[in-house]
Design a protein around this ligand. Structure first.
Ligand SMILES: Cc1ncc(C[n+]2csc(CCOP(=O)(O)OP(=O)(O)O)c2C)c(N)n1
Ligand SMILES: [Mg+2]
Length: 676
């Protein structure tokens, strides 16, 4: 589609503070042009929504242009990082792309930047360091930190911009991210867009009255300031010095902007909760008409009128053009869930000779290999540096590779995972250790809604490995969970679950070269379950497929993780005591699930057993059984047998835990009962 030509004044997307005094008329005219474009286009979006031509909703940025336009004009779009929020439409326009591309997003057209998989303001331009927001407010702060750090690690003096409202300022993510940025000395400008309301809730119902949000900066060891709603050039001057300071010091700063929300929360908002006279007060405070008058005084009213007309004409032409763009097609949607499988890394074929290692040591060796051979790799997590991790999987890596590659994180799983997402999208390959898989629930949004959906909605890759020490080893409810079916109920996540040291070594290499978020489940009971030979295995990518551990004709048993060892003992026992041969599979990869070898096995045996340590209800086995049964043409000889943990929290005492999860005797009993 040929885009209408934009007014020439919009050719420039940049501004320096010096231009305001050097060339006041032209500079002000240019700032005004962007503000007017943002305001007029935003108003038209609202009308188009009301006409039913835009679906979902429109969250307007009317009243925020005085801040977001100067800020994005001042930013260095070649290297700075931004994640614009739902009041920042003006910033989206300045950051880049033709207006028609922005309108395609709102119309959810085939050519939209998100392929119509997201609507409204939920888009960005990852190739140009603009990270698409997810609805969960506060959640984009972590990714901005990571993507900015990624730029910095590539040698650029980038600044990151993270935005949140007065309402969002109460989210944990915001606090975690401010602490993390200060701790890591990251050059981030945190901007609080305080417009006095979170949807219908005024600030005095959100935090203690009299609280000045910008003063929170001191609590995080950073500078803070407040900028009142007003003249865009004064704002540009103030923001320009903030940006310069953050760029040169590499210290974060917190800026509270007292801004306006002129059209309510969103297109459908009736605003009847506003206090008497408040709407008029907001309109009277709008800086745009005043700025227009001051520009007209300098440039002449005729010039500003002509500019307005030119912009209006351009917007209308763009609307006409984008209304004609075809609607999206569902074709290709499923293919785009995951980033394509990349070429294998040119790994060194080492260690060539097998070394006897525990699974913890095998993972350590794989991490060392990754850090040594891939400069873009980064290892992070709680206590993983000098201490070597709660299970010593990262032992000595800090000593060998130093703090820039291997570092401790604070107890802030959400922001740290967000930070890792930013690193990954920026071109790095982070491997994050959760101290226990249980604590990954703290990062649920980042894993399941941010990382997992990134490729689908933006086309960008998010190569992230999340290491999950899991399983019950006598530690009770909060250090024992098997969370695979919780996480894998959400699309866009890959998952490996090795059962021996060589597979663990292979799994880490395979996960680290994939271009998607990969969960690596590591059963704690396997970390030190004897030493086994580990070496470079050219067929390491086989880990993405199940392994037949034992042949048999009576039934097919599918399991993974620590249960593979228990199942092998059970099969041995049943062979010797019952002369019943069971075909045993170690799934190894839980997502994407490959049952292509297992279905023919069930076809052969006619019987299916699924065993796992996770709970039975909504357990992973339910999916395995359903898929195999669906794939079969002939009926099974017996109902499928699911053996899993009890539907309880993981109990602490070892007698209780033993009764909770499948045991050798329990599995034998279940199978022999099923046979007879
Ligand atoms: C974590 C989270 N909780 C709830 C919502 C639903 N929601 C969307 S916008 C909004 C109000 C946000 O207020 P504020 O941060 O002040 O931003 P504003 O809309 O005023 O610009 C709410 C509650 C959300 N998007 N994210
Ligand atoms: Mg608000």
């Amino acid at each position: 589609m040929a885009f209408p030509k934009a007014p020439a004044i919009l050719d420039s997307h940049d501004l320096s503070v010096a231009q305001i005094t050097e060339d006041p008329t032209e500079t002000r005219l240019r700032i005004y042009a962007w503000m007017h474009l943002a305001r007029f286009a935003n108003n038209r979006l609202l009308e188009l929504f009301r006409q039913g031509l835009i679906r979902g909703t429109v969250t307007g940025g009317q009243g925020n242009e005085w801040m977001i336009v100067p800020l994005t004009l001042l930013a260095d779009k070649k290297k700075d990082v931004i994640s614009l929020t739902h009041r920042d439409f003006g910033g989206q326009l300045v950051w880049g792309r033709h207006l028609c591309e922005h309108l395609n997003q709102y119309f959810a057209n085939a050519d939209s930047p998100t392929h119509a998989r997201e609507g409204n303001i939920h888009y960005g331009d990852p190739a140009n360091h603009s990270l698409p927001m997810i609805s969960h407010l506060g959640a984009m702060c972590g990714p901005v930190l990571g993507a900015t750090d990624s730029q910095r690690r590539f040698g650029r003096d980038s600044v990151g911009f993270a935005f949140f409202g007065d309402g969002s300022s109460s989210t944990g993510d915001v606090h975690e991210a401010m602490n993390l940025a200060s701790l890591m000395s990251l050059p981030i400008v945190f901007v609080i867009e305080n417009n006095g309301y979170a949807y219908s809730t005024p600030t005095d119902e959100q935090f203690q009255q009299g609280t000045e949000l910008w003063r929170r900066a001191a609590g995080y060891g950073m500078e803070g300031l407040v900028i009142d709603c007003g003249d865009p050039c004064d704002t540009a001057t103030a923001l320009g010095s903030v940006i310069d300071r953050v760029r040169s010091t590499s210290r974060p700063m917190l800026v509270e902007v007292k801004t306006l929300r002129l059209r309510g929360h969103a297109a459908y908002d009736t605003c009847d909760y506003l206090r008497p006279g408040e709407a008029d007060k907001f309109l009277a405070a709008d800086p745009l008409p005043r700025f227009r008058a001051s520009v007209a005084a300098l440039a002449g009213a005729g010039r500003v009128d002509a500019l307005d007309a030119e912009i209006v004409k351009f917007v209308e032409e763009c609307i006409t053009a984008t209304i004609a763009v075809p609607r999206p097609s569902p074709a290709g949607m499923e293919k785009d869930l995951f980033a394509p499988v990349p070429a294998a890394f040119p790994w060194k074929p080492e260690p060539a000779a097998p070394e006897n290692l525990t699974m913890a040591q095998a993972l350590n060796a794989a991490l060392r290999k990754l850090l040594a051979e891939r400069p873009e790799s980064i290892v992070l997590g709680q206590d993983i540096a000098t201490y070597g991790g709660a299970f010593k999987v990262t032992e000595n890596l800090f000593k060998e590779f130093g703090r820039s590659r291997v570092f401790n994180t604070p107890l802030a799983e959400s922001a740290c995972t967000g930070y890792a997402i930013g690193l990954a999208v920026g071109g790095h390959r982070p491997v994050e250790e959760f101290q226990f898989a249980d604590f990954a629930t703290e990062a649920m949004t980042q894993i399941t809604l941010n990382a997992a959906t990134f490729h689908f909605r933006s086309g960008a890759s998010c190569p992230l490995v999340l290491r999950m020490p899991c399983g019950a080893v006598g530690l009770g409810s909060f250090h024992s969970q098997e969370l695979e079916s919780v996480f894998l109920a959400m699309p866009g996540i890959k998952a490996l679950y090795p059962s021996d040291p060589q597979d663990a070594f292979n799994a880490l290499l395979a996960a680290s070269e994939d271009n998607n978020p990969v969960l690596l489940f590591e059963h704690k009971g396997l970390y030190r379950r004897g030493k086994h030979p580990v070496k470079w295995d050219p067929a390491y990518r086989g880990i993405w497929h199940p392994k037949r551990v034992r042949e048999g004709g009576y039934a097919t048993l599918v399991t993974y993780g620590e249960m593979v060892h228990l199942a092998a003992e059970v099969c041995e026992y049943l062979a010797s005591e019952y002369e019943t041969e069971i075909e045993l599979f170690d799934l190894r990869c839980l997502s994407p699930l490959d049952l292509s070898q297992i279905v023919p096995s069930v076809e052969k045996t006619g019987r299916l057993i699924v065993l796992h340590e996770g709970r039975r209800t909504h357990g992973f086995g339910a999916e395995v059984v359903a898929r195999i049964v669906e794939a079969r043409l002939t009926p099974l000889k017996a109902p499928p047998l699911r053996i899993a943990a009890l539907d309880l929290p993981v109990p602490f005492a070892h007698e209780l835990e033993a009764a909770f999860r499948p045991s050798k005797d329990g599995v034998i009993q279940a199978i022999t009962g099923w046979i007879s």
